[in-house]
Write a protein that binds this ligand. Structure first.
Ligand SMILES: CC(C)(COP(=O)(O)OP(=O)(O)OC[C@H]1O[C@@H](n2cnc3c(N)ncnc32)[C@H](O)[C@@H]1OP(=O)(O)O)[C@@H](O)C(=O)NCCC(=O)NCCS
Length: 184
């Protein structure tokens, strides 16, 4: 146990053991109850959430990243690439479902996850990352704009929150080219 500064790590996961899956689901529930989006408005039944993550891990175009605080999963992000038939947009990935559990915020995990996703996107040869957020997600907006994401559009009817529809902002960031372009 670390009584002082917490140990923070991020990684891309390709499989989830029972303990990690439980922590990821607990964190997901907490983030949903906190009211910050990524689709769900209410925590789904645990079995459905587990199936969602297990299914995600076998989709080639989706990658899961987790953040740990003292070894326990408390944060997550996903990198989605266009499906293989979409050659015209194969250059761009989408960062989505990026959150940190309310009790683990403010330590830098969100920035670490963002960096990990960007580095992976670069390693995959992507030249751009896209993302979208509700207009109410102020911390996330601050984070993305401070890290080079340019807002290119607003959708006035983006997400349902209670009885209301809230607007959403759309962002894109060109990624610096890493190393030499692939031959062929
Ligand atoms: C956005 C979120 C991921 C930030 O997590 P975090 O671990 O607290 O973030 P970090 O500690 O890595 O901070 C990184 C930056 O985020 C921004 N930020 C974090 N908390 C903030 C706050 N309360 N107000 C304004 N900006 C904030 C700042 O730019 C900060 O950089 P700084 O410390 O140099 O000012 C977290 O608040 C969250 O999970 N929000 C709900 C989900 C969400 O909005 N996801 C995004 C769209 S899917």
């Amino acid at each position: 146990m670390n009584a002082g500064t917490p140990t923070l790590t991020v990684e891309r996961v390709i499989e989830l053991g029972a303990e990690d899956l439980q922590a990821l689901c607990d964190t997901t529930d907490a983030a949903i109850l906190d009211g910050n989006g990524f689709g769900w408005l209410h925590p789904p039944p645990r079995g459905r959430l587990q199936a969602f993550y297990r299914g995600m891990l076998i989709i080639p175009e989706r990658e899961l990243f987790v953040g740990r605080l003292d070894g326990v999963i408390v944060a997550s992000a996903q990198l989605w690439r266009p499906t293989r038939n979409n050659e015209a947009q194969a250059f761009a990935g989408t960062l989505t479902s990026h959150w940190v559990a309310p009790w683990a915020r403010g330590h830098g995990l969100a920035r670490m996850l963002l960096q990990a996703v960007e580095e992976r996107a670069q390693a995959l040869g992507l030249s751009h990352l896209k993302l979208d957020v509700r207009e109410t997600q102020e911390a996330a907006i601050q984070l993305y704009e401070a890290n080079g994401y340019e807002r290119w559009g607003t959708l006035p009817v983006y997400a349902r929150v209670g009885a209301a529809l809230v607007a959403g902002y759309f962002y894109v960031k060109p990624l610096p080219r890493k190393g030499k372009p692939r031959a062929g």
